[in-house]
Every structure is written in C-alpha cells, then in structure tokens.
Design a protein around this ligand. Sequence first.
Ligand code: CO
Length: 501
Amino acid sequence: MPTLPASTATTDLSYTLADWRSGYRSQPKEFAYWIDAVEGVIPPELSGTLFRNGPGLLDIHEYPVRHPFDGDGMISSIAFSQGRAYYRNRFVQTAGYVAEQQAQKPLYRGVFGTQKPGGLWANAFDLRLKNIANTHVIYWGQKLLALWEAAEPHRLDPTTLETLGLDNLDGLLQPGDAFAAHPRIDPGDGGVPPRLVTFSLKAGMSSTITLLEFDAEGRLLHRDGQESASKGYRTTVPGFAFLHDFAITPNYAIFFQNPVSFNPLGFILGSKGAAECIHFNPKQPTKVLLIPRQGQGAVITVEAPPCFVFHHANAFEEDGQVVIDSIAYRKFPSLDEGMGYEMVDFSQLPEGQLCRFTVDVATRKLTAKTLVERCCEFPTLHRDRVGRPYRYLYIGAAHQPTGNAPLQALLKRDLLTGEEQMWSEAPRGFMGEPIFVPRPGATVEDDGWVLCLTYNAARQCSDVIIVNGQNISAGPIARLKLHHHVPYGLHGSFTETYFGP
Ligand code: CO
C-alpha cells in the first residue's frame, strides 16, 4: 500500500477516512460456517439466500488496484432457514483471476485505471479486458450468474459458489459480448409470469442497445411471451453512451444517456484506464430514452437537465406520464487524474440525490425535482412494485444531511407522504446496498425485512443486519457478526430458495 496522509477527520465528519479505508482491505480467504454470533433474533419466517458481489481483492500480490471497481469479484452467500444463517464466500474463478494468482502479479489492465507493472511501455496498446465478474449476482432460470457489464456472465453453483465457467446463455452471447450487470425483474401480473429484462450495449460513435427478456426458465422471449429465435430488440442512438443501469415499466425500457464523451487516447497509449477517458460535458443535456419493450413504435427521446446517473430506483406509468426515480449527480463523480481512491476527499465529489423525472408522453415534456437531498445510493424496493406505482423506497445514505460522504445509514422514504425514517451505523459503521425481502404472506408493501451487509471498523469485521421494513428507525432486529470483513461490495439479490447446507 502507498503511504497515506493522516486522516482528515474532524469533529464535523461522521466517520474517519482511516475507518472508511479499512473496509477496503483485500479478503483473500474463503469461508463457510454457521453464523454463531447473533445479536437479536433472526425471523424464523425469513427463508432463502442473500447473494452479494463485490471486489474481494484490492491488490494482486501487493500490487494495489487503482480503483476498487478493478478488484476481482468475490461472491458471498448468506442462507437463512428456521432462524439460523450460514455464510459462505468464494472468488469467481475468472480466467484473469486464475492467471494472475498463478503469476503473482497483474497481467491485465483494469478498466478503472489499474495498470500492469512496467510503466507505459508495458501497457500501451494492450486493450484486452479482464472479465472480473464483480458487479452483481442473480439467481434466474436455475442459474446463479455473476455479472460484469463489459463481458459475458460467469455461472456458479448456488450452494458451493464454485465457478462453473462462462455462460453464453444458450448461444445468445458471442465471446466478449457485453451483458449488462443490472437486470430488472418484471414481476408480471394478470396471469403474466415474471420475466428478467436486461440489455447488451455496444458503445462507440453511435451506441446500440439490444433489449433482452427471459422467462423464468431462462429462455429468451418476445414481449408477447413466445419463445424468440431472434437476438433481442436493437436500438441505435447517436453518440457515445455509458449505460450502467436502466429502468422498466410495462411498456418501456428507460435509459439515461449521460452527457459524456469518450476519448480513448490515454487508454490506448497506456496511461489511463478506459473509464478514466470518460469526460462529462456540463453544457449538454442528459437524454432520456424510452424504448418500447415490444419492439414496435419509435424510441422517444426527451432532454433532461445535465446530470449523471448510475442507478435508477424505479419507473412507472401513470395518466399518460412515465415517472422515473433515479440517483442523479450534478456531474460525473470522478477522481482527479492520477489520484488513488484511498486519497479521496469526499467533500470534493458531487453527492448522489434521489430525483424524480416525469415525462409527459404526448407532449414530450420533462419535469425534474429532487426528492432526497441527502447523499444516497443503492436504492431498493418491493420486488412486486418494480415498474409499477410504488410507495416505499429503501436506500443507502450518508449520515450527514448535506455533501458527499460514505454511506453509513439506511433511509426509508415514503413517496406518498414524504416521511423519512433513518437508521445510522455512524461513526464506525458503513452501509452496503440494502435489499428488501417481503414477509411471506404480507399484504402491505413495507411488511418485510431490509437485509444489508455492513462494515464495522471498530471490529474490523462485517455484519449482516436485518431491519424491520416498517420500523427502520428502531435499528436492526438482528445483527449477525461475521468472523472477518468483506470488502465494500456492489450489488446483490435475494432468492426464496435456501442454498445452505
Ligand atoms: Co450498479
């Protein structure tokens, strides 16, 4: 690790940088055990498996990654049954991970700026990507898939987390094809079964989005439910598009084309990662693309104020309007050139805020308003409300009401009344992405639990917390103390199927 400056923590911060950094230590070990240190009570009706993905290694044999997003994917599973929980973690055995662990040094450049040892000459013109499988993990069509948006998914055994290999989705994907890391599950209704909706992106001077919908068995579908022989619906839009996530309604797939451009020169010449070649253009609008999911009708493009969006919370249609709730940043939250992530000054970064964008489909007019000003990320909601009007949103949030800061709190927002509830793990706890799990038999939208993998800097270990979805302010009803830490992760999902021993 490089020498770091002393923590800049002062009394007005809810955390110290040293504590925050300590959650980004590599975790090279793999574990499997019943969690025996539990404060509170795990609800006996909570049954199923929480899967989490994120970078497990922040260095490759002492060569630090430049950015955590370059870290090799490590999957955690927490399987719940009859009031007990079983923890397991394993690295995704990607070709790059296996080769680098054997070589004991980086063999690939990272998209977010990690370079191979040896300077410019060792890196220039090496444009190979290492599929690090570190962004999301989903269980769909009896397959557990670790996702990374620039290449194919890896398939894992859902019980042992053993890597089974790359999965081309029955020939749908060619080697190296992009497959988004943010699928949405349309819950279906009126007898229509749930389906997985996702996309594949080819970005360049123009960008092509291919919409893909799969049934519960993992077969590619048309909108009308017939099995498809095609390769999905394609839409090409002018300009470069950086599309990490999208939102769905019954009729539309919705993308925000952020006002960014891509100048790959630094990447080609070996001085920058590809993602470091993205430039935000503050004078250009963000384009909101409404793509008909049934593959018929024109794409509707509407301009929004300049902003940058990684994640959408939800979208729905109501009275001729399409409403999209998203986490918007004033600009692309990038680090200064040459700066390692561990040196980050959060106060210099724009905060993510929950914004509501409303598009009038007939007039093509868009209005935008901020719903949550507090810095927040990783929104989640009841799975049956995806793409539908909804009332409750759960989201990771900063402890402080203003400015960018690490996520330390869990926020619940009632979108009907504007009421908010919050639980904070500050000063020494840090929050990961929350996942809402409905209570079996529940009839009310917020009757369920919020599960979250948190990091406790005092113990230097991670906790799994279970919070009552109706009473966030009361804090966890159960805290499961892991024996070790899990580096801050990205995304995960819950399935009702129990994959414990
Ligand atoms: Co994401």
